[in-house]
Unconditional design. Structure first.
Length: 202
């Protein structure tokens, strides 16, 4: 198993060079540590690994994704993003991928009374660098958000940051239906004219 503890080994990290006037290596490293992300060559060269760790500090899955030097997802010949799960790569039998929110473990380590949820793990990572004072979580996709995943957050204020367009409509519907949670849907992305349809907060 070939693992580099830091994403500095990855093509994804090269993308950050252009932002060094705004963010330091320390800020990027601190975000890595908060979310416990790392890189590997076991699936695709310099892939980024996003460990899903629940509120009990248990790893429920590790998503492996490939990016190019521009920070975009690498795609296969069919045009689909190159993504896999560590237990599938290593053919671990009887693994139960008990999905939780990416970054959920942070609620045990920090005293904030609110959390911010975006769709993609990459966006959660970027926002952890840009706004480290907040707890950033990710659903892993538009359809991956559900009530079960929010149960560990029942005593916290939840701010959803959906991608622009369809996701904003869907997550607003969730917020209206899931009355047992304190949910607010941010309009930052939806109301920003410089963000294209399906664009995200980062």
């Amino acid at each position: 198993m070939e693992i580099c503890k830091s994403i500095q080994c990855s093509s994804f990290y090269l993308w950050w060079f252009e932002f060094y006037d705004y963010f330091s290596r320390r800020q990027i490293f601190d975000a890595e540590q908060k979310l416990m992300i790392f890189s590997t060559n076991d699936y695709y060269q310099n892939s980024i690994c996003y460990p899903y760790i629940n509120e009990k500090e248990k790893i429920t899955g590790i998503k492996v994704m490939a990016y190019d030097e521009n920070g975009n997802r690498r795609r296969n010949k069919e045009g689909n993003g190159i993504v896999n799960w560590m237990h599938s790569i290593y053919k671990i039998e009887n693994w139960i991928n008990d999905f939780c929110l990416f970054g959920l473990h942070q609620i045990n380590e920090r005293s904030e009374k609110s959390v911010h949820i975006v769709e993609s793990e990459k966006t959660a990572f970027i926002m952890t660098i840009v706004r480290p004072e907040f707890i950033w979580l990710a659903s892993g996709g538009l359809a991956m958000l559900n009530k079960d995943k929010l149960k560990p957050l029942k005593d916290l204020k939840i701010i959803l940051h959906p991608d622009k367009g369809k996701a904003f409509i869907v997550w607003n519907q969730y917020a209206n239906e899931w009355n047992e949670f304190d949910i607010k849907v941010s309009r930052i992305t939806e109301d920003n004219p410089s963000i294209a349809d399906n664009g995200d907060l980062a």
